[in-house]
Design a protein around this ligand. Structure first.
Ligand SMILES: Nc1nc2c(c(=O)[nH]1)N=C([C@H](O)[C@@H](O)CO)CN2
Length: 119
């Protein structure tokens, strides 16, 4: 299966279980992989025949900005559901990886990776 992906998308969100994390946005880094059939848009050379990664990136930023989740798992789940719903049948499965660089002081990153398929 072909994949359209976004790697290292820098976003900000109010997210976390601690009081201090509820007062200001903090950085997150998101990777997204979307299973698609790239042969159709490759023939037509038309962006509306595929999933527009720029539109997906914008939608994830908007979702994160509005969100107030405690867990990165919840943000990843909501992002995966939104992509499958909004970007239609072109995407048959999606992998969302959310990294939270400030989560553990002596670790580069903590994060979660989920994969969801169209039912
Ligand atoms: N599996 C998870 N564990 C933790 C999360 C999370 O989102 N998923 N969050 C926190 C805190 O908010 C963390 O960022 C700092 O302690 C703890 N564990």
């Amino acid at each position: 299966m072909d994949r359209v992906f976004i790697e290292g998308l820098d976003i900000e969100a109010i997210i976390g279980v601690h009081e201090l994390e509820r007062t200001a946005a903090q950085p997150l880094v998101v990777d997204v992989g979307m299973a698609v059939d790239a042969s159709v848009p490759a023939r037509s050379d038309a962006v509306d025949e595929t999933v527009d990664y720029a539109a997906v990136a914008e939608a994830i930023g908007e979702l994160a900005e509005k969100s107030r989740y405690q867990l990165i798992e919840t943000l990843a789940e909501e992002a995966a559901a939104m992509i499958l719903e909004r970007f239609g049948p072109k995407v048959t499965a999606v992998t969302v990886r959310v990294r939270k660089p400030r989560a553990i002081p002596n670790a580069r990153n903590a994060g979660v990776e989920i994969t969801r398929s169209r039912a």
